[in-house]
Design a protein around this ligand. Structure first.
Ligand code: HEM
Length: 373
């Protein structure tokens, strides 16, 4: 969305439903339920197959969470262990738009191909719009069980006379599901990998989690300094979106660090190299959570300001609190309930090397664990 005014209006509408307070009061039980389901499926795979792909289950978790919040009903990918129709079509439409962007002449040819899969990939997403309609119905319903993140928002925008139509909602929902799925799944996979690969950190984290009170809530996890430092260090090295984030220079241009940049020029910044700047982060490739803990090794104020795994400024990630909630809950439950696991032999530095296609992902696209004994 390039229009600054429209973007600001949309951010204002979404600010409340994506705030930490509303997420905790309304959605924590849903997220926890899904985390628990992921853990049960991991344990089931380990006992029945002897091996389990953490990347696969993290993806189902993050997608099911985003989908439930957007649609007010579960996509049940964690239960079924496979993608549902909506996600399959959404991925196909995204792939189709990418192909048409690179090869626009295909736009003239594809309507003549009478194949359902081609129509889905290059069509106007009718199936996604049908889902958008059911989502809007859920948003307008007063039923607690079908509540979704658009509920308050649809009412608020209708009060202002600027109601969301089916297409707006379907597009927003699709964007939010894409934005919230692979991002959190990739980060969670690297997080579990980073901890399991470091026995001392694994033990220290287990000790910290053991201090939790009975019936702990997500809010309690916020005060676990090692857990939060480990998540922050994972976001530094393996934040899922470390590539260029483009911005247009406003009309009239700007002078930045002594350089004049004319209006309309596209500029960008990215966190991959900033997070690896040896001046800000000494020994930058070393995974070291102590950078985020009090002590001699503590990151400088400048380094903290440079940390931008969720971007920065007016377009910073809308889902930051949701992803922290998922990362904290899933990591805590995983290490409380699946302590006795190790990496499968297929997991190597090479297989986990990040591959970058706007988002990063482990190059093997798998990350398997087995039982330790
Ligand atoms: C670890 C997980 C995540 C990472 C690393 C991440 C990272 C990012 C980054 C780098 C941006 C671009 C910010 C910019 O241009 O300055 C972004 C934008 C965005 N993210 Fe996330 N994200 C994550 C999870 C989520 C989740 C769970 C959601 C919601 C369900 C979400 C929704 C969005 C939206 C809507 C935007 C666009 C914001 C705007 O243009 O105003 N993200 N995210």
């Amino acid at each position: 969305m390039r229009d600054v005014k429209k973007h600001a209006q949309r951010r204002k509408l979404f600010a409340r439903p994506f705030s930490k307070t509303v997420l905790r009061s309304t959605w924590e039980p849903v997220v926890r339920g899904k985390v628990q389901l992921m853990i049960s499926q991991i344990q089931k795979d380990l006992t029945t197959l002897g091996v389990c792909d953490v990347f696969k289950w993290s993806t189902f978790l993050a997608t099911d969470v985003s989908a439930h919040l957007m649609f007010g009903e579960s996509f049940e990918m964690l239960q079924r262990g496979e993608k549902n129709e909506y996600i399959r079509i959404l991925e196909s439409v995204i792939q189709g738009s990418g192909i048409l962007f690179e090869l626009p002449f295909l736009g003239y040819i594809v309507p003549c191909i009478p194949l359902q899969s081609v129509r889905e990939m290059f069509g106007n997403g009718e199936a996604l719009l049908r889902y958008g309609q059911s989502l809007l119905n859920n948003s307008r319903s007063n039923s607690e069980s079908s509540r979704n993140i658009f509920s308050g928002l649809v009412h608020a925008s209708e009060k202002d006379g600027a109601s969301f139509n089916d297409i707006d909602v379907a597009i927003e929902a699709g964007n939010l599901i894409v934005a919230g799925s692979d991002t959190t799944a990739v980060t969670l996979t690297y997080l579990i990998w980073a901890i399991l690969s470091r026995p001392k950190l694994h033990t220290q984290l287990g000790n910290e989690l053991a201090t939790l009170r009975e019936n702990w809530e997500e809010g309690d996890l916020e005060s676990l300094s090692l857990l939060n430092a480990t998540i922050t260090e994972t976001l530094r090295l393996y934040g899922a979106a470390p590539g260029a984030l483009p911005r247009s220079v406003p009309e009239g241009g700007v002078t930045f660090s002594g350089y004049y940049i004319p209006g309309g020029v596209t500029v960008s910044t990215q966190s991959w190299t900033i997070h690896r700047d040896p001046v800000l982060f000494p020994n930058p490739e070393k995974f070291d959570p102590s950078r985020w803990l009090p002590g001699d090794n503590q990151a400088s104020e400048q380094a903290r300001l440079a940390m931008s795994p969720f971007g920065s400024g007016s377009r910073t990630c809308l889902g930051i609190h949701l992803s922290w909630m998922e990362l904290r809950l899933a990591t805590a439950e995983f290490f409380l309930q699946c302590g006795n696991v190790k990496w499968a032999p297929s997991v190597t530095e090479e297989s986990m090397k990040p591959k970058h296609f706007f988002l990063i992902a482990p190059s093997a696209h798998k990350c398997k664990i087995t039982l330790a004994t």
